[in-house]
Design a binder for this molecule. Structure first.
Ligand code: HEC
Ligand code: HEC
Length: 414
């Protein structure tokens, strides 16, 4: 009797183990828990909200402004040597960056060129967030001695000469600036600076208004530059539709393992989260400094600069009401934790976009992930990351996963 019961139990056991094996191997994809599925959905491009208006730029969604902005973006006449446009460093075919450690305009910058894709969603612009809108940002490189090398009166004359009809159709009548100096602005060049100081404040304001409107047109164009669907997004769509077999054919097992690390053990989503894979905030991740460059304190200097920026959300050139400027009004402006904090770039299209980090410190993604794995102490301030001690296989799996974030970039006119 006893032995029959035992045999019976053993048979049941074998059946159960067999069923378990069928479940394990019949399952063609790793199982994601409800929490993990919620995380995957939040990273998918389908979670990107409709682009909110920029209250500081009332022309931001004007198609005519975007058309003018696109022309200005690629016009090399807007530079001191007639050879540099925004597109020189932000190349559409390279995810709107340039593939070099530092940007090269009329001279060389001290940081790496950032991609522009999806930055309409970013409340802060630049690695250190020293600008709070796309239009205010665009006015930085134009007057930078190492990027376009020009000044605002020079640019206002060019708009008057080559784009007057386009300009007036959007912004209204162009003031008469024909008698103003050819080169004047609050820039490093001593002659242009001296000429600027001889101008009346009314003339300075009229020129600065034209200059700010150039930025607003460029921003209207940049607002259209958005990432498209990547393989990762198709994977999440298939999982959402319970098409698990189809999902398994979209990502390889290494890519799925990399995704599991990314949202789990490696904790990348602490900072690279949301559909653009950035929290648009600032972090010190212990990226090494570059001996040949001056010390870079990142957000510590950027926060002070944006507060005093001539074109910030609260400025006279902004179209926003003070209550629209909450980001600026309530930002953290001081504190030791700001030292060497930088903005995490979006990880969409990150493969093939090296070198990486704010001064191109790492040539390959392998070096990037090795940095996260060892988490060295920050050169200045405190690093927020902790050693992950990843195996070589896990490093490759994370890189494989990052490859699933590549997709087309849309910059079409509407
Ligand atoms: C000489 C190369 C160069 C030129 C020319 C240039 N940029 Fe940049 N761009 C850079 C660099 C370098 C950075 C990062 C600089 C920093 O953080 O200090 C950057 C950052 C940006 C960002 C910030 C992106 C983000 O995620 O915060 C935007 C937007 C941008 N540039 C737009 C423009 C526009 C518009 C123009 C033309 C008016 C322009 N750039 C001209 C090199 C260039
Ligand atoms: C504590 C916040 C934080 C965490 C956690 C984090 N990152 Fe980053 N990431 C950043 C910041 C900030 C930068 C830019 C740093 C700089 O340039 O100095 C960055 C840059 C990168 C870059 C370079 C992108 C480019 O265009 O230069 C890659 C790739 C990257 N991170 C991937 C990852 C991966 C993979 C993980 C998980 C292993 C991860 N990050 C975890 C904040 C973080």
């Amino acid at each position: 009797m006893k032995s029959r019961v035992l045999i019976g139990l053993a048979v049941v056991g074998v059946i159960l183990v067999g069923a378990g094996i069928v479940v394990m191997f019949g399952q063609s994809q790793p199982l994601w828990s409800d929490d993990e599925m919620a995380m995957l959905r939040s990273l998918s491009i389908d979670s990107l909200p409709a682009l909110p208006p920029d209250p500081s730029n009332r022309y931001g969604d004007d198609p005519a402004a975007a058309r003018l902005g696109e022309k200005l973006f690629f016009d090399v006449r807007f530079s001191s040597n007639g050879q540099v446009s925004c597109g020189t460093c932000h190349k559409p075919e390279l995810d709107f960056q340039d593939g070099t450690p530092l940007g090269h305009g009329v001279s060389t910058t001290q940081r790496r060129t950032m991609s522009i894709v999806g930055t309409a969603y970013s409340p802060w612009l630049f690695w250190d967030g020293r600008k709070d809108s796309q239009w205010a940002q665009a006015l930085g490189p134009l007057e930078s001695a190492v990027e376009h090398g020009g000044n605002r009166t020079f640019y206002a004359h060019l708009v008057d000469q080559f784009y007057r009809a386009d300009y007036e159709a959007i912004f209204g009548p162009m003031p008469n600036i024909s008698l103003l100096p050819l080169n004047a602005g609050p820039v490093a060049d001593p002659d242009a600076k001296a000429a600027w100081e001889t101008m009346t404040s009314e003339d300075q304001e009229a020129v600065t208004r034209i200059y700010a409107n150039m930025g607003k047109a460029i921003a209207a164009y940049e607002r259209l530059i958005m990432p498209g669907q990547a393989r990762f997004d198709a994977y999440v769509q298939a999982l959402n539709a319970s098409k698990t077999d189809q999902a398994a054919s979209i990502l390889t097992s290494d890519e799925q393992a990399g995704l599991r690390l990314f949202i789990g053990k490696a904790n990348c989503t602490q900072c690279h989260n949301g559909p653009l894979f950035t929290d648009n905030h600032f972090h010190n991740t212990g990226v090494p400094s570059v001996a040949t460059l001056p010390e870079d304190t990142g957000r510590a200097q950027g926060a002070l600069q944006v507060q005093h920026d001539e074109f910030n959300c609260l400025s006279q050139y902004s179209d926003a009401k003070p209550e629209d400027c909450a980001e600026l009004q309530y930002m953290i402006a001081e504190g030791d934790e700001l030292i060497r904090q930088f903005k995490p770039p979006s990880l969409r299209n990150v493969v093939g976009r090296g070198p990486y980090m704010h001064a191109g410190q790492f040539t390959t993604l392998e070096e990037v992930i090795a940095h996260y794995s060892t988490a060295p102490a920050a050169p200045v301030g405190h690093s927020e990351i902790h050693p992950l001690n990843l195996s070589q296989e896990e490093i490759w799996q994370l890189i494989a996963f990052l490859g699933t974030l590549s997709g087309p970039v849309n910059a079409e006119q509407q």
